[in-house]
Ligand binder design. Structure first.
Ligand SMILES: *[C@@H]1O[C@H](CO)[C@@H](O)[C@H](O)[C@H]1NC(C)=O
Length: 289
C-alpha cells in the first residue's frame, strides 16, 4: 500500500491550528475590552477544540470542571510562622483547634489560566447575608492576624479576614463564574459539609501526645480517616518553614463542579497522598482535648 503523503498527514493539523487561532483572537479582543463592556461579561467560557499543537490555548479555553477546597490549620501555620508572616502572640488561645477555609479554587493550577475581566468583590453581598457573614468570620479567618492595638480586636480581626477573602477572590473566585455571594456561600457550604475534621481525627485517637510535649499525627492515618469519613482520597500538605521544620498545614478536597460531589484527589507524591517528608508531624492543639 502506498504511504500517505506528508501533506495529507498535515492537513487536519492545519485546519485545527487555523480554527484555534481564530477562536483565540476573538477571545483576546473580548478580554482586552474596555471596562464599559463588563456588563456583557459571560462567566462561562465557550468550549473550544484543544489540540496538542497549541498547549497555550488548552489553558486559555479550559472549561473548568472541578474545584479544590483547601482547608488549613491556623495554629500550625503560627507554630513556626514564616519570617514574613506574623501571628498574634495569643494565637494559641485565640485560634481555634480546628481547620478553617483557605480557599475554593476552580480547577488547578490557576497559573496557566487567562486573566478574566475584572469582576468586583461585592463584599456587601456577604454583609447583607448575616448567616453567611458570621459563618465566614468563624470559619474563614486569617491565621496571620496580628493585633496592633486599636479600638476593637474583633473588628480588626474581621477586617483582616475580609482582606484575605478579597485576595482569594482576586486569585481564584474571579475564575469561578460565580458572583461574590454565590462563591462564598458555596465555599462555606462545602466546608461545613466536611464536619469537624479535627473531631474525625480525635474520634480515631490519631492525635497522640509526644514524649517531649505537644501532639502529633500520622498523616497516612489522617488520610485514611478522611477517606473513611468523606469517601474520597484527599491530599495532605506540609511545608517547611524558615527553620526547615516540617509542618502539616493544609488538606485539599476535590469536587466535581457540576454535581458538587467529592472526587478522588489525583495527587500523590510517589505512593503517598501527602507531600510531607515524614509521616508523623506536629499538630499544635490545646492539651485539654
Ligand atoms: C503511619 O501510619 C501508617 C498506616 O497505619 C503506618 O503504616 C506507618 O508505619 C505509620 N508511620 C509511622 C512512622 O509510624
Amino acid at each position: 500500500m502506498k504511504p500517505l503523503s506528508p501533506f495529507f498527514l498535515l492537513l487536519p493539523l492545519l485546519i485545527i491550528i487555523l480554527f484555534s487561532t481564530d477562536t483565540f483572537s476573538s477571545s483576546s479582543q473580548h478580554s482586552l475590552s474596555s471596562p464599559s463592556s463588563l456588563s456583557t461579561f459571560s462567566p462561562s467560557p465557550s468550549p473550544a477544540v484543544f489540540t496538542e499543537a497549541n498547549e497555550d490555548n488548552r489553558y486559555k479555553y479550559r472549561v473548568y470542571t472541578t474545584y479544590i477546597l483547601a482547608i488549613q490549620y491556623p495554629k500550625n501555620l503560627c507554630a513556626h510562622a514564616w519570617e514574613t508572616k506574623r501571628c498574634d502572640i495569643n494565637y494559641k488561645i485565640d485560634l481555634p483547634n480546628a481547620f478553617t477555609i483557605h480557599g475554593l479554587w476552580p480547577d488547578n493550577p490557576i497559573n496557566h489560566l487567562p486573566k478574566p475581566p475584572v469582576v468586583q468583590f461585592e463584599v456587601d453581598q456577604i454583609h447583607n447575608d448575616i448567616r453567611l457573614r458570621d459563618g465566614l468570620y468563624e470559619h474563614w479567618i486569617d491565621a496571620y492576624f496580628n493585633y496592633q492595638g486599636g479600638p476593637n480586636k474583633e473588628t480588626s480581626k474581621h477586617i483582616k479576614a475580609e482582606a484575605f477573602w478579597f485576595e482569594e477572590w482576586k486569585k481564584h473566585g474571579t475564575y469561578s463564574g460565580l458572583n461574590t455571594h454565590e462563591y462564598f456561600r458555596l465555599a462555606l457550604d462545602l466546608f461545613l459539609n466536611l464536619g469537624d475534621v479535627i473531631g474525625h481525627f480525635k474520634a480515631r485517637h490519631l492525635i497522640v501526645p509526644k514524649p517531649q510535649g505537644g501532639f502529633a499525627i500520622n498523616v497516612t492515618k489522617a488520610h485514611m480517616a478522611l477517606k473513611e469519613v468523606l469517601g474520597v482520597d484527599t491530599f495532605l500538605k506540609c511545608q517547611q518553614n524558615a527553620i526547615m521544620q516540617e509542618e502539616f498545614y493544609e488538606i485539599e478536597i476535590l469536587y466535581d463542579k457540576a454535581t458538587l460531589r467529592r472526587l478522588d484527589h489525583g495527587s500523590f507524591i510517589g505512593n503517598h497522598p501527602h507531600n510531607c517528608g515524614i509521616e508523623i508531624v506536629d499538630l499544635d492543639i490545646d492539651t485539654n482535648i
